[in-house]
Design a protein around this ligand. Structure first.
Ligand SMILES: O=C(O)C(=O)[C@H](O)CO
Ligand SMILES: [Mg+2]
Length: 257
């Protein structure tokens, strides 16, 4: 199993290029981030080039954070901002060789929100080139009122958009909280999954703590032939990422031979 360091949660005390170097030194196979826009894309690209790591994903902007926005792409009265956030994310992804862009839906509900999200996702896919477009259900406790909260809802939207670039970001932590049955759900949804993330549940601490048995999940994924890096998107205790990394060895030892 390979792992991607989510730099939205790991090494957050470091500027993004330095965090990329820290992830490489710690043995991660890739990195991913949340909102890199305050950092010059050239600096990120240089750090990726120097370490040989790929950036697997970044998010569209949250919008007006002070006003409590968490993405704008399902907000019927924000279509212009949504398209601008998608353009910004795709431009940054192209400049840094980032694999996927996560389209943040925002706090919204109802058929108009769904229709808006589908139109904006279609726009994103039509302009994505080689980049994957991801959507991610978030749990009700961390993101109450977020438009997308279950894999079932995401699966129906992916089918309706019907574009090969559009995939599910399966965050085991959110799925465990909202729906459970994680390993069976993972296996069934693998054909539409574009990225998988991990964290302990329900705390969002390190993956070796809490109710999810990741050793089992890793074995299952391996059995299904899944070999892309899994996104380590957890909050290290006390903010000390290096001290939190023991799980990388204890949860997974590569099969012999
Ligand atoms: O919160 C998460 O789980 C994410 O992966 C997103 O990037 C949203 O912040
Ligand atoms: Mg996630």
């Amino acid at each position: 199993m390979k792992f991607s360091a989510n730099l939205g949660f790991l090494w957050t005390e470091l500027p993004l290029p330095e965090a990329i170097h820290a992830a490489a030194n710690a043995g991660f196979a890739a990195v991913e981030c949340h909102w890199p826009y305050a950092t010059l894309a050239d600096d990120v690209r240089a750090a990726l080039g120097a370490t040989g790591l790929r950036m697997l994903g970044l998010n569209t902007s949250r919008g007006d954070v002070a006003a409590g926005e968490n993405g704008v792409c399902a907000l019927p009265d924000h279509v212009e901002q949504a398209r601008a956030s998608i353009d910004q994310a795709l431009t940054y992804a192209a400049a840094t060789g980032t694999r996927a862009v996560h389209i943040m839906a925002g706090f919204a509900a109802g058929p108009n929100a769904r229709g808006t999200f589908i139109e904006n996702l279609t726009y994103a896919c039509d302009n994505a080139g080689d980049h994957l477009i991801l959507i991610e259900p978030l749990n009700h406790f961390d993101a109450p009122g977020y438009f997308l909260s279950t894999t079932e809802q995401a699966e129906a939207i992916i089918a309706e958009v019907g574009h090969p670039n559009l995939r599910l970001m399966f965050d085991c932590y959110h799925v465990q909280i909202m729906e459970g049955d994680v390993s069976r759900r993972l296996a069934r949804l693998l054909p539409i999954i574009g990225h998988i993330q991990i964290a302990g549940a329900p705390s969002r601490g390190r993956p070796d703590q809490g109710e999810l048995n990741y050793s089992f999940i890793f074995e299952e994924l391996t059995r299904h032939g899944y070999d892309l890096p899994l996104g380590a998107e957890y909050r290290p205790e006390g903010g000390d990422t290096c001290a939190s990394l023991g799980w990388m060895d204890t949860l997974w030892s590569a099969p012999a031979g």
